[in-house]
Design a protein around this ligand. Structure first.
Ligand code: TTP
Ligand code: MG
Length: 412
């Protein structure tokens, strides 16, 4: 077991029945009652969440509203108000940031806090958690469940152990007693499909997963098997990443061609150049992306955007380029000349977040290293120091002035 630093530094906060609790707080007549928040109370949609009073009857998130009404006929159905929940989510983040600057939002109602170094001002992690709990109750009338641990993984698993209004501490030395007996699907990162594969191998608990030979897991699950085995042993070196708070929603570059063009090779060389710019900015920010969007503007100013979403996260120029290229070849109306091309990535996430490494395992290690090396040279010698051979060949004209103006942008 990993025991190098057993200090409790990470707090994971998960609000209880978030949307429903906000509604109960806003309307006192809903308090203490079974409340179901959904998109359309009269329609055929699904449940967003249910108050704990409604959960007693078996109502759950993602269940069809019709079924929820059958299970709990006296429940009060409320139409969700997302902008209100987002506003409260933002205000909660700023409450957390009074205690530590290292706050990573994880979902609309979850966040990780790294409180190492905050003891002098606010006390240890357990004291800080208590203060935050009190403040959330007093300022928002809401409850939350907290996990406190030496790592994100354990903090996240801890916050789930006592709900609602819980506060659970897990140390590395507790992993065998507390984490290992759990069903394997309770381990972060084990989804339905993975659980089925593991269960077919006779691995039904987290402890059994931790003790399974890594070779077998890699054979059945690829590199994700190695990572999951580490997680099952409590090994997680990911850090709380505060930059995710300010994380842009997308990163894009576009270029207006000096002359409208229908030269496929030339336009592809521009797309390659833009993909490299975007990939580089992603890596500079320590981010990875799942969606690539290509933008084309024709000479009559009509504009087309087409996107593709991967099943994995990447920050590689090659993945971005190949996707943008496919979109281009598929959607370009060859009879029309192009005046602007843009490449944007979105669905961003932090590169070193273990929560996403499971998706990242598909990234090719060799290509990743090659890209890292190119970035190092560019850092030292500037942007133009390395250009891929195909860009040099196809893009000579781009360099000779036809490529026009390039602009980069972030969307926050
Ligand atoms: P969760 O934290 O998963 O759920 P919760 O806060 O309602 O309940 P718990 O006490 O178990 O933490 O999700 C946060 C909010 O996200 C939830 O209030 C509503 C929304 N949500 C959906 O809209 N659909 C879903 O399927 C889920 C899981 C959540
Ligand atoms: Mg919650």
């Amino acid at each position: 077991m990993l025991k190098n630093n057993d200090k409790l530094t990470v707090i994971h906060i998960d609000m209880d029945a978030f949307f429903a609790a906000v509604e109960q707080q806003a309307d006192p007549s809903l308090r203490g009652k079974p409340v179901i928040v959904c998109g359309d109370p009269g329609g055929r949609g699904v449940v967003s969440t249910a108050s704990y009073e409604a959960r007693k009857f078996g109502v759950r998130s993602a269940m069809p509203v019709r079924e929820a009404r059958r299970l709990c006929p006296h429940a009060i159905l409320v139409r969700g108000r997302h902008s209100l929940y987002e506003e409260i989510s933002r205000r909660l983040l700023s409450l957390y940031s009074k205690y530590t600057p290292v706050v990573e939002p994880f979902s609309i109602d979850e966040a990780f806090l790294d409180v190492s170094g905050c003891e002098r001002l606010h006390g240890d992690a357990i004291q800080i958690a208590g203060k935050i709990k009190t403040e959330i109750r007093e300022s928002f009338g809401l409850t939350c469940s907290m996990g406190i641990a030496p790592s994100k993984l354990l903090a996240k698993m801890a916050s789930d152990m006592q709900k609602p209004d819980g506060l659970t501490v897990i140390r590395y030395e507790d992993v065998e007693d507390v984490i290992w007996p759990l069903p394997v699907r309770k381990l972060y990162g084990v989804g339905e499909k993975t659980a089925q594969i593991l269960e077919a191998l006779g691995i039904s608990t987290v402890g059994a997963l931790a003790k399974t030979p890594v070779e077998l897991l890699v054979e059945k699950l690829g590199e994700a098997g190695r990572l999951l085995r580490n997680l099952a042993s409590g090994i997680d070196n990911s850090r709380v990443n505060p930059s995710l708070w300010e994380m842009p929603k997308s990163i894009g570059h576009e270029t207006t061609l000096a002359e409208d063009s229908d030269d496929e090779g030339f336009i592809l060389s521009c797309i390659l150049y833009l993909s490299q710019q975007v990939g580089r900015r992603l890596r500079q920010h320590g981010l990875v992306a799942r969606t690539v969007t290509l933008k084309l503007r024709y000479s009559d100013f009509t504009t087309l955007t087409r996107a593709n979403t991967f099943s994995f996260f990447t920050s590689l120029d090659e993945d971005i380029y190949q996707t943008a290229k496919r979109l281009f070849l598929h959607h370009w109306n060859r009879r029309r000349r192009i005046r602007l091309v843009g490449v944007t990535v979105s669905n961003l996430s932090s590169k070193d977040d273990f929560m996403h490494q499971l998706a990242l395992f598909e990234e090719d290690e060799k290509r990743r290293r090659a890209t890292d090396a190119m970035d190092k040279v560019r850092d030292k010698f500037g942007e133009d120091a390395i250009t891929r051979a195909s860009l040099i060949q196809r893009g000579k004209r781009a360099k000779n002035g036809r490529a026009g103006r390039t602009e980069g942008g972030y969307t926050v």
